[in-house]
Ligand binder design. Sequence first.
Ligand SMILES: [Cu+2]
Length: 128
Amino acid sequence: MKRLLLGLGLAALTVVTAACSGATAAPATDGPAPTAASGDAITIVAKDLAFQTPAITVAAGEPVAIVLDNQDGAPHNIAIKDASGADVFKGEIVSNAKVTNQVPALAAGTYTFLCEVHPNMTGTITAQ
Ligand SMILES: [Cu+2]
């Protein structure tokens, strides 16, 4: 388990480092987050049992399409919980496939997304 967590940490660090193009690695929450213009889909890649995009920002009050690009043979999905831990959305579980999640409008705030099969795979959604 410790080894798995270390692997996930390294994967996350790789993403952050790539995103900052050589800048000192910062906590994932401080990195630039993909932002969806109205109507555009956001893609989250799942690879090596980790979400390669740890934080996204969406427009509050508008439905948004979130594409899960699962590049693992392992099954993943995207489930969204609000700050209280209540379920907001549960996406289809897929393996080695892309699925488009039509996520209903989110009120402004911070949400967590996770894989229901691997609850240690998590990320943050900011609706603003
Ligand atoms: Cu998973």
